[in-house]
Design a protein around this ligand. Structure first.
Ligand code: AGP
Length: 606
């Protein structure tokens, strides 16, 4: 979602800030802006892409201090005025803000009563007014920020520049802020990624922290006063390039990175000799695993679909009740939390607000949560303090692909690990682990020969709706496939367990209706076959995703075959054609495949 950059140093600030904004583009945004202190406080901002902003900037902007932003609209429409940065009434401060100020309406009315006028509809502009008022009282920047934020309710990652002070100040409450200490200056960002080209020494603020970079270096304090406990970390080199390389889009690049990403995820975590999984970061002894009464998994979107597959494998391999929750619903259900239960929060970005809120609900009720997270040092990873990094490498396309595979792989290893403490026979465990180890090669083989994807695209691209069906593990693949096609190609999609079709969705079917069926060669294949017959009898046309060489192929109008694998690993293969269908459908409709409309890569608002 929104992205923040700030800089104070020896270089010209504009190129540093704009370079950072480009690295934040993948998060999704609808406007961009820049403020540079250079004699006055100069602001450029407009709706559209960062490149559009760059095209309208003067050739060489001087000034070594500034802030910048990419905005994803929440309060107020997508307009130039609502884009950040926002200025104080006399242009003596500029701020950029991520998050939501919940009492902005009341604060704004108070300020208006005292004569203030606002230039935008945003909640964020009140911060600029309050900050400038505090500066006008003679407070130093950090004190002024403290005063401006006191009395505001909501969430913020906020960064400010000051006309009369050679300083950049930032603060965090529920919206991430990271600071990089480079040789040429101090860089602020809402995401550690843009810092990596300047330094690997990064400090991630905790909620309630604020920081200043000025003539004397930089320091971090608590909003409530006193020093912060945050310490700098050295960022690990992430595997995988953050650049496009030879690929036209990040999504297709990331689809093709799945074999390598999976190898990173499973490497060192499979013990084939003893037939066990080794997820050390969980900090759970075999004895502790035997005492777990049940497992709960939480996530949103694709992460939730991966959790559903993990849930089924845990039940099956460990004979232990497991359940998945939509994270955004969880805390509103006043859930009963058993402190002895095992909870997993699954998230690529590690910043999803709904998932964070669910974790806090569990922790509040005495439970512990383990993260299944991609981004190292992210809010969820830090809040959980224990868990599994899935090591997908940077995922930049809004549509999640390689993170899904690695979430499923990590949870499969966990299912084996907990299964082995509860009587899962070693031979069975070894079969699953062997299957998992072979998956990267099988994905490579499939990607080299993808089957008639474009025939499937022709069937779905102009459809008024597409029905996805699958059963057992494949029911979650069907949901994931439907989400992908919907979010990228804006085609309305429904996903149902194949057995549920006759209880309602069958009413939608008419001559030519496209149905995408996920039917690998597993125990429920025959049942799925019945659903296919029911669809065909109503004139539906079937895109069938099945195991290579399987007889079921004769039931499809378009048949996409994937290599045979262990049935428990089948989602890692059958999901691939659904990713490719979504990608190519979006392309054939001329849509922005990496940044679909209205969506953001990490959803940091409720
Ligand atoms: C995936 O294609 C989606 N864009 C979205 O559903 C995503 O999976 C969801 O927002 C959760 O994100 P997270 O994994 O970063 O928590």
């Amino acid at each position: 979602m929104c992205g923040i950059m700030g800089y104070r140093g020896q270089r010209r600030a504009a190129p540093v800030l704009l370079g950072g904004l480009r690295r934040l583009e993948y998060r999704g945004y609808d406007s961009a802006g820049l403020a540079i202190r250079n004699g006055g406080m100069h602001v450029w901002k407009q709706i559209g892409r960062v490149q559009g902003l760059v095209d309208n900037l003067p050739a060489e902007i001087q000034g070594t201090l500034g802030i910048a932003h990419t905005r994803w609209a929440t309060h107020g429409g997508v307009t130039d005025e609502n884009a950040h940065p926002h200025l104080g009434p006399h242009q003596r401060v500029a701020i950029v803000h991520n998050g939501i100020i919940e009492n902005a309406g009341a604060v704004r009315r108070d300020l208006e009563r005292s004569g203030a006028t606002f230039t935008s509809e945003t909640d964020s502009e009140v911060i600029a007014h309050r900050l400038e008022a505090a500066i006008d009282e003679g407070l130093e920047p950090l004190e002024a920020m403290r005063k401006a934020l006191n009395g505001l309710r909501g969430t913020w990652g906020v960064c400010a520049a000051f006309l009369d002070h050679d300083a950049v100040v930032c603060a965090r409450n529920g919206s991430p802020m990271a600071i990089g200490e480079a040789e040429h200056g101090v860089i602020f960002s809402s995401d550690p990624q843009p810092l990596s080209e300047h330094t690997n020494r990064v400090l991630i603020l905790e909620d309630g922290d604020m920081a200043i970079a000025d003539e004397s270096g930089f320091r971090v304090e608590r909003l409530t006063g006193g020093a912060s406990n945050t310490t700098a970390i050295v960022m690990e080199e992430a595997w995988g390039e953050a650049e496009l390389g030879d690929f036209p889009h990040f999504m297709i690049k990331e689809i093709h990175e799945q074999p390598e990403a999976l190898r990173h995820c499973i490497s060192g975590r499979i013990d084939l000799r003893s037939g066990n999984g080794r997820l050390g970061g969980l900090h759970l002894s075999p004895k502790a695993l035997t005492e777990v009464p049940h497992v709960r998994l939480l996530g949103c979107g694709t992460a939730m679909h991966a959790a559903l597959i993990g849930q089924q494998l845990i039940e099956r391999l460990a004979r232990l009740p497991a359940v998945t929750h939509v994270a955004s619903e969880f805390r509103y259900q006043d859930p009963v939390v058993n402190p002895r239960a095992l909870h997993f929060a699954v998230s690529q970005s590690g910043e999803t607000m709904d998932t964070l809120a669910a974790i806090k609900e569990i922790q509040l009720k005495g439970g512990e949560v383990h993260g299944v997270v991609n981004v190292v040092g992210s809010s969820i990873a830090r809040l959980c303090g224990q868990g599994v990094y899935i090591h997908s490498g940077p995922e930049q396309a809004v549509a999640s692909t390689k993170a899904f595979s690695n979430m499923v792989a990590a949870l499969t290893i966990f299912a084996v690990q907990i299964g082995r403490t509860r009587g899962l026979p070693p031979a069975e465990a070894k079969q699953v682990l062997r299957g998992l180890r072979e998956v990267p090669d099988l994905i490579e083989a499939y990607l080299a020969d993808q089957g008639p994807i474009m025939d499937a695209v022709e069937m779905v691209k102009d459809a008024s709706s597409v029905l996805f069906l699958g059963r057992d593990l494949s029911a979650s693949v069907a949901r994931e496939g439907a989400l992908k096609l919907m979010e990228l190609a804006y085609v309305p999609c429904l996903a149902y367990p194949a057995g549920e079709m006759k209880h309602g969705p069958i009413a939608l079917l008419e001559e030519g209706s496209p149905v995408i069926v996920i039917a690998p060669d597993d125990e429920v294949k025959e049942k799925v076959s019945s659903a296919i017959h029911e669809c065909r009898a109503r004139g539906a046309r079937i895109v069938l995703i099945c195991t290579k060489g399987d007889d079921i192929a004769e039931q499809g109008d378009v048949v996409i075959e994937v290599p045979r694998t262990h049935p428990y690993c089948s989602p890692l293969l059958t999901v691939l054609p659904t990713q490719l269908i979504a990608y190519h459908t979006a392309l054939s409709l001329g849509l922005d495949v990496d940044r679909p409309r209205n969506l953001a890569k990490s959803v940091t608002v409720e």
